[in-house]
Ligand binder design. Structure first.
Ligand code: SF4
Ligand code: SF4
Length: 300
């Protein structure tokens, strides 16, 4: 099963719009599953026109734990308070007892280990929802959402990708398209590891270029071949040349240069992939899809 991960480093460069349109165009020739790996701000399903009621399955999952204190066992030794590296335990000087701040607790388990009376246990918590829906384009999209104030995005990405793989097997899909979050943190690394190919999306701005370079270093570290899409390239042609020169130097395939087009925004407002919303844009995605399938060495 081949997997493409689409990432950008910087947010706001059109990554999810590009992921959705690529998924639609590629799905006309290859069976695929699209996976939204941005579990902090999932929107791929939305861009593909999925509403909450369209999900065939959407269930709570637990990938984290939180500390719970049994006050009857506590002797007030303060060892837990002194050991918590996340400042998630506060100390009441009047009662001489600790209490856990559940939003600060990372479930690391140190307090449980240091407590001499076995007064602290770790309780599983439901920290996210994941599920899938069938798009009107015939392929499934898998999506996850971390609950407010919870941590552990990387583990949720792992769960979302595992669900995507199961669904791909069940539907005999040949390809998974992962839409990663912005940045190069833990959730993005969890989205990229094991991918066959990475599509780097950027725009011709200093921050877009700088973040794309960091994203490239990360995928290069994992020895994943990559291609580049420069969105809104005509907004800064000189800077675009610098990005192209970098790509050439690093042996990154230039998959496409997309001009600025307000129909990207119109498509988002209409919850429709831009390649469907604007037929004049579609050939760009057909060209990217053909190059990608060639890079992935798919046989027809
Ligand atoms: S589990 Fe870790 S983070 Fe949570 S309260 Fe205990 S020591 Fe602090
Ligand atoms: S380490 Fe255990 S006994 Fe000591 S204050 Fe914390 S909960 Fe109470």
């Amino acid at each position: 099963m081949k997997q493409i991960t689409i990432l950008s480093g910087k947010g706001g460069v059109g990554k999810s719009s590009i992921s959705a349109s690529l998924a639609v165009v590629i799905s006309e020739n290859k069976r695929l599953v699209a996976v939204d790996c941005d579990v902090d701000a999932a929107n791929l399903a939305l861009v593909l026109g999925i509403k909450v009621d369209d999900f065939e399955k959407y269930e709570k999952i637990s990938t984290n734990e939180k500390a719970v204190i049994d006050p009857d066992k506590c002797i007030g030794c303060k060892k837990c308070f002194d050991s918590c590296n996340f400042s998630a335990i506060s100390w009441d000087g009047n009662s001489m007892r600790p209490s856990i701040n559940e939003f600060g607790c990372e479930g690391c388990g140190v307090c449980t280990l240091v407590c001499p009376k076995g007064a602290i246990s770790q309780k599983k918590i439901f920290n996210a929802n994941i599920g899938y829906a069938k798009t009107r384009f015939g392929f499934y999209v898998v999506s996850g959402q971390l609950n407010m104030g919870e941590s552990g995005s990387g583990k949720i990405v792992h769960e979302v990708r595992a669900l995507g793989k199961d669904l791909a097997k069940d539907t005999a899909a040949e390809l998974i398209i992962n839409d990663a979050a912005a940045g190069i943190g833990c959730p993005v690394i969890a989205s990229v590891v094991g991918s066959s190919y990475a599509v780097l999306v950027t725009e011709p701005s200093p921050s877009g270029f700088s973040d794309m370079k960091r994203a490239f270093e990360m995928v290069d570290h994992f020895k994943i071949k990559s291609g580049l899409v420069i969105n809104k390239h005509d907004l800064n042609p000189e800077f675009c040349k610098e990005i192209e020169a970098f790509a050439k130097e690093k042996n990154i395939s230039l998959l496409a240069k997309i001009p600025y087009d307000k129909s990207f925004l119109e498509a988002l407002v209409n919850l429709t992939p831009v390649a469907v919303h604007n037929s004049k844009i579609r050939p760009i995605f057909e060209s990217i899809a053909a190059k990608l399938l060639n890079e992935l060495e798919f046989s027809d």
